[in-house]
Design a protein around this ligand. Structure first.
Ligand SMILES: O=C(O)C(=O)[C@@H](O)CO
Ligand SMILES: [Mg+2]
Length: 273
């Protein structure tokens, strides 16, 4: 049965970040994910996680200088030292949260730098990082991201991510398949889920309505259908990952907040309880 995690970087934005853990638990979530916890003390956040009785199923490695436009370091030639430090930091936070998965962002191609060189750097860095993850007992994820939201991002298509994971061939490197990005870049979601979940290379799923990245019951994708597909395929192939709800809620604090838009997940949270 699909298991859903609330993405605390996007959901519950009506609360301060540390208060989002309790808010998600009150709404019935048993797991959360978030992008960048590095502005907070890891022990303080670990306490929030434990007090709320939640699992942390995914977090991101530091992405470089976000405000300056960086979107990950893994594929950036000349930034290997910064990349290695980012993995060290991520593994240390993941340890505090007992978080099994870490999303490692590729980066935006620097002006004038050859894509082939970026790809070589990416594979070399991921190979090294997957080895660190093995020692730490974690799994790293790479995620194809759509080029409208992130122009120049170096990984955009599911097939490219699967080729890299196959190439590096480590059980500690998997694909984060975000159906929002996949719909924008490629579509054909049902067929892709049926083909890709059984490969064992998909470590995590994420969802959001398309095109506005609101609740999954908004927009052009029929997620009720896709949840049934995931349910059926998982039962057949044994896929047992989580689905991160990575969307920006339509309702602000004054109109009901994140909780008001959770109708899409209620049937599934009830079935799991
Ligand atoms: O944007 C997404 O989609 C993500 O999953 C983030 O981790 C990266 O921005
Ligand atoms: Mg995502």
């Amino acid at each position: 049965m699909p298991r859903f995690a609330a993405n605390l970087s996007m959901m519950y934005a009506e609360h301060a970040f540390p208060d989002r853990f309790a808010a998600a638990a009150r709404d019935g979530f048993q797991a959360v994910e978030f992008m960048f916890p590095y502005d907070w003390q890891k022990d303080a956040l670990a306490t929030r996680l434990q007090d709320a009785g939640l699992l942390n199923v995914l977090m991101n490695a530091p992405p470089g200088d976000w405000l300056a436009g960086e979107r990950g370091l893994a594929a950036l030639p000349g930034r290997q030292d910064a990349f290695r430090s980012s993995i060290d930091a991520a593994l240390s936070y993941a340890d505090a949260f007992a978080c099994p998965r870490i999303h490692v962002m590729a980066g935006v191609a620097p002006e004038g730098v050859d894509r082939a060189l970026c790809l070589d750097t990416y594979k070399e860095n991921l190979s090294w990082a997957a080895d660190q993850a093995r020692t730490a007992g974690r799994t790293l994820l790479i995620e194809p991201i759509n080029t409208r939201d992130m122009p120049g991002y170096l990984l955009n298509r599911q097939a490219d991510a699967h080729a890299i994971v196959s190439d590096i061939d480590s059980p500690h490197l998997r694909v984060q398949m975000d159906l929002y990005h996949c719909q924008i870049m490629e579509g054909d979601l049902t067929t892709k889920l049926r083909a890709l979940l059984p490969t064992g290379r998909v470590g995590h799923l994420q969802i959001a309505g398309v095109p506005d990245r609101h609740e999954p019951d908004q927009g052009e994708v029929n997620y009720a259908h896709l949840f049934d597909v995931i349910d059926t395929v998982s039962a057949q192939c044994g896929w047992d990952g989580w689905i991160g709800a990575e969307y920006r809620p339509r309702y602000g604090a004054e109109t009901g907040g994140t909780t008001r838009g959770l109708g899409w997940v209620q049937p599934w949270l009830k079935r799991g309880s």
